[in-house]
Design a protein around this ligand. Structure first.
Ligand SMILES: [Ca+2]
Length: 437
């Protein structure tokens, strides 16, 4: 791959999307998916044949009966958990069930994963309809994020939720952050643009090289063949006015969807972003937060594409919803779901060893304010603009102004959430808490 410099960036173009190379990649991926599914179908067929030879008719009837009883009891528990949440928190998706697409830059047991778990459990309880997960580059390469999404969905028993791969490359092209740092000042050295020498194409989600995580391994399931941007535009065409997008990674794929189809953004129900900073102080560079800095052009495209409502969780709001030992104690006390267990197995010991440990979990706020707006303690309407000049220090900086008629795009900024109520709700949801009989 040719190494891009900061100087080559800055022009808005969806150059990889729809290119010949990309089309060839997609064709190869589709073919591999078809071969994989054929193999799985053959294996399943063989298992069924073996089973039928070994079982007598009565055993089959009994097994089916037990299975149906277990399903009914599971469904009953989920219904009770949903009723409990509606009763206790009042505002969880009253009326119609919102359709949701999560667009994220996934890692293992990070804030994108918490956001996914909250949405997957809300979907399981019938509070929302999670249409699918789009994976973009940012924290991790799309290939790594895809495998991490599939693995975690398998762990929580939700491999039925479809996963769609997007692109790693910002609209203006990859940048050499060491060069950009000379202009911007100190940049936190994390995110994939600091490890481009290890780059893996999205289609290599089961061939990750140095990005392979031995503890998790490779998923058994595969992503869908359709691209993330095509998936988003198709779903919004199918359900005009009903789909809410949660954008908790760089906005590249969302911007591609906006550019591909001008009616896409206006036809959604709205968007909730995690990104921006409020006070001019950056959280990743001296001026910008990570998500907007990764692809400021994409965020600018999205802001100006006509979403009917735009809600923004700025990085400062993170302080009101950090993971700490108290949250894990609640999960431990309430939880016997696969999701609670995944978090407890993966992280509880870290917080027990160091009870002062606190971890940012800001992406999850986007999911919680969608499900239960009552957790919001302070919200302000502001007008926002973003700096997209890549040759300047303020690349990715967002400026917000209060008051009608100001320059910029109107958005609702979530400034504070009620920490205790927030985690009580999240742990009740993840653990399917229900009224004692
Ligand atoms: Ca994220």
């Amino acid at each position: 791959m040719a190494k891009a410099t900061v100087w080559s960036a800055g022009k808005i173009s969806a150059k990889r999307y729809g290119s010949r190379k990309r089309q060839d990649e997609m064709k190869r991926m589709v073919m591999r998916n078809i071969r994989f599914r054929q193999k799985m179908r053959m294996q399943k067929g063989l298992c069924m044949q073996k089973g039928l030879c070994m079982q007598k008719g009565l055993c089959i009837v009994l097994a089916i009966g037990l299975f149906l009883t277990a399903c009914a009891s599971q469904g009953g528990a989920e219904r009770k958990a949903a009723e409990y949440l509606r009763e206790k928190y009042g505002t969880v998706s009253e009326g119609t069930v919102p359709k949701v697409i999560l667009d994220c830059d996934m890692t293992y047991l990070g804030d994108d994963a918490m956001c996914l778990c909250i949405l997957a459990e809300a979907d399981r309880l019938g509070l929302i309809d999670l249409l699918g997960v789009a994976v973009t580059g940012g924290n991790s390469f799309v290939a790594e994020g895809t495998n991490a999404t599939l693995n975690q969905l398998e762990r929580i028993g939700r491999e039925d939720i479809p996963v769609y791969m997007g692109t790693d490359e910002p609209l203006g092209g990859f940048r050499d952050l060491k060069e950009q740092e000379k202009i911007v000042g100190k940049i936190d050295h994390w995110g994939v643009m600091y490890r481009m020498e290890e780059y893996v194409e999205p289609e290599r989600y089961h061939d990750l090289g140095s990005g392979y995580d031995r503890k998790w391994g490779y998923s058994e399931t595969d992503p869908e063949a359709q691209s993330a941007a095509d998936f988003m535009t198709e779903q919004v065409r199918q359900y005009p006015g009903e789909v809410t997008i949660l954008s908790v990674g760089p906005a590249t794929d969302l911007a591609l969807a906006c550019l591909l189809d001008p009616s896409f953004a206006p036809d959604t129900a709205g968007v909730i972003y995690m990104g921006t900073t409020l006070n001019g102080q950056g959280s990743y560079t001296p001026y910008a937060d990570f998500n907007v800095f990764y692809d400021a052009e994409a965020f600018d495209v999205c802001l100006n594409s006509g979403f009917p409502s735009q809600t923004i969780i700025p990085s400062e709001t993170s302080q009101w919803a950090r993971l700490d030992k108290a949250v894990f104690d609640l999960l431990d006390k309430k939880g016997d779901t696969l999701t609670a267990q995944m978090w407890l197995d993966g992280q509880y010991s870290l917080y027990r060893r160091d009870s002062s440990r606190k971890t940012d979990c800001v992406d999850a706020i986007a999911a919680v304010v969608l499900l239960n707006p009552d957790v919001v303690r302070l919200q302000e309407e502001r007008y926002v603009t973003v700096d997209t000049e890549v040759r300047e220090a303020g690349y990715g900086r967002t400026t917000t102004r209060k008051g009608e008629g100001q320059e910029g795009v109107r958005a609702a900024f979530i400034l504070e959430v009620d920490t205790a109520l927030y985690w009580d709700f999240v742990t009740d949801l993840l653990c399917h808490t229900q009224e004692e009989p």
